[in-house]
Design a binder for this molecule. Structure first.
Ligand SMILES: [Mg+2]
Length: 245
């Protein structure tokens, strides 16, 4: 009787396969990076209704939220490593870079949200939010800040694109410098610009690519940070406290 391929496996092979199976159970592979097309699909399927802000704040401190955040950062790091490995053999002339949002992505505004919750508000008061941003008192979100630092150490440029308006530029820089967040470009919304974040942010990403960069990762807490193309990998961070169109 003809032996099957499987029956020809030696005990040594079986032990190697067992070790691989154990490794996969202990360290499951990360979900693949999200392309801009996948982000569009995820956005159309997602439930955009927000829970009461008090519950959303509570969720932001949960293990579930922390895990979602860490997984997105890990996928971003894997995308950087992959792009760097590919760049070694590729003849492409483009420089690599990462794009990041600011609020609830690298700076944490929960001290403001907590004060709002204490006042029993139903949703975020954006005038109050701007006044808080002007205090340059946002707290650092370490995993994503470390991702930007990792990218920069590996030779990628770091660009920040935020819905914060230009008149908050000085406070924004002060807050970023306070936590040693290094970047190569900071793009903000025009003071009078009331348009959706999607065209505003994707136009800046196009501008970055037109300067000769390839955007490897685009990371943000809103789908509007990620939709509209111009990035190999898009990473959505959790945020149920507010939704930006
Ligand atoms: Mg944000």
């Amino acid at each position: 009787m003809q032996k099957t391929r499987f029956s020809r496996l030696s005990p040594r092979h079986y032990s190697k396969l067992s070790l691989l199976a154990i490794a996969l159970v202990l360290f499951p592979p990360l979900a693949l990076a999200h392309s801009t097309v996948e982000i569009e699909a995820m956005h159309s399927k997602a439930d955009h209704s927000l829970p009461p802000i008090k519950e959303a704040l509570k969720f932001s401190y949960s293990k579930e939220s922390e895990k979602e955040f860490d997984q997105a950062v890990a996928r971003g790091k894997a995308a950087i490593d992959k792009a760097l490995a590919e760049a070694k053999t590729s003849k492409k002339e483009k420089a690599l870079c990462i794009v990041s949002d600011i609020d609830e992505t690298i700076l944490d505004n929960r001290p403001f949200i907590e004060k709002e919750v204490a006042k029993d508000v139903k949703e975020v008061n954006w005038d109050g939010f701007a006044a808080w941003v002007d205090e340059a008192a946002g707290k650092p979100l370490k995993p994503s800040i470390e991702l930007l630092a990792y990218a920069r150490k590996k030779g990628l440029a770091v660009f920040l694109i935020s819905g914060r308006v230009e008149k908050l530029r000085r406070a924004t820089i002060t807050n970023l410098v306070k936590y040693g967040i290094a970047y190569d470009g900071l793009y903000l919304r025009g003071n009078e610009d009331k348009s959706s974040a999607i065209p505003m942010k994707s136009a800046y990403r196009k501008k970055i690519e037109d300067m000769g960069y390839e955007i490897v990762v685009n990371i943000g807490d809103q789908y509007s940070d990620l939709k509209g193309g111009y990035s190999i990998d898009c990473e959505k961070l959790p945020n149920k406290m507010y939704y930006i169109q």
